[in-house]
Ligand binder design. Structure first.
Ligand SMILES: [Mg+2]
Length: 297
């Protein structure tokens, strides 16, 4: 009896393990798909009626640091701070073997496979990348600023043009190389101002990207060098007689993609960490890159 009872047990155990393994196999791709489509934790309501509807901000910051794998540099001093200080301010970096790195590497790998098998064989096919947190990672600045953007301190980090400060987003240099090998032209489109164009090219190149400076589009708030944005220049009600750049990010970016495509380029894939990078058309497909650090409407 004991032997006959024992015999089925390993079988049932094996079945149980197999079904657990199957469940995991089903779960992992669905998680990957969720990340690929940019689904995220629902945002809290704009007008909460109870604190229970809102995440605790310190716990969110702790989770972000855990996701990136927060690491304090022992060598790289924060741009714009005093390197001679008794206790210099060292930047924080992400762990190249952390959850963030693995997630973006998986998205880049999947995109690379899709681009390699793309059915269109047009001569002018292209891909388009955003810069901050799509091709260059700005975790160091978010920690330095405690997640509060300041144009002046941010400019110190940008103008350093240092890949130790803003390194490549994991997987994205390899994705660019693979796309180029399959005949794609590469464009970069960023909300960074025109004055930061040179530093942006330098940082991207130092981080390993191939960059044609004529294929990098920064925001000219006067629209003088980007005449397709002329309709963005509108009267500024706060300063009578003056004008301002009145277009949203979605408008600025989609109008610029429209301009690029008007030159005979087919943007096959558009990569961005913000939904405002991806809305507004003029791309055959979009890829949302993870960024839980900030939201740009
Ligand atoms: Mg970005």
């Amino acid at each position: 009896m004991k032997l006959s009872l024992r015999s089925p047990r390993p079988t049932r155990t094996a079945v149980a393990i197999a079904s657990v393994a199957t469940g995991m196999a089903l779960t992992v791709p669905s998680l990957a798909l969720a990340a690929h489509s940019g689904q995220s934790v629902p945002a809290p309501p704009a007008n909460p009626t109870s604190a229970s509807q809102i995440q605790n901000i310190d716990q969110v910051k702790t989770a972000i640091k855990g996701y990136y794998g927060d690491t304090v540099s022992s060598t790289v001093i924060a741009p714009g701070t005093d390197p001679q200080a008794a206790n210099p301010t060292y930047i924080h970096t992400f762990d190249p073997d952390g959850a963030y790195a693995h997630e973006v590497e998986a998205i880049a790998a999947k995109a690379g496979k899709t681009l390699a098998t793309h059915h269109k064989r047009t001569a002018d096919k292209a891909i388009l990348f955003d810069v901050d947190d799509t091709t260059l990672n700005t975790y160091s600045y978010e920690i330095f600023s405690n997640f509060v953007y300041n144009p002046a301190t941010n400019a110190n980090f940008v103008m350093a043009a240092d890949p130790q400060v803003f390194p490549a987003v994991p997987g994205m240099v390899g994705l660019e190389k693979k796309a180029e090998a399959h005949g794609y032209d590469v464009y970069f489109l960023t909300g960074r101002p025109l004055a930061q164009a040179g530093a942006t090219v330098a940082n991207l190149q130092a981080a390993g990207y191939d960059v044609n400076p004529e294929h990098l589009f920064t925001k000219d708030a006067t629209a003088k060098s980007e005449p397709w944005l002329a309709s963005c220049i509108v009267p500024d009600p706060a300063n009578p007689g003056q004008t301002k750049f009145g277009c949203s990010t979605i408008q600025y970016k989609s109008m610029t993609r429209e301009h690029i495509e008007s030159l005979g380029v087919d943007i096959v894939a558009n990569f961005g960490d913000q939904f405002s990078d991806l809305k507004g058309g003029f791309a055959d497909s979009t890829y949302k890159i993870p960024n839980p650090m900030y939201y740009l409407p």
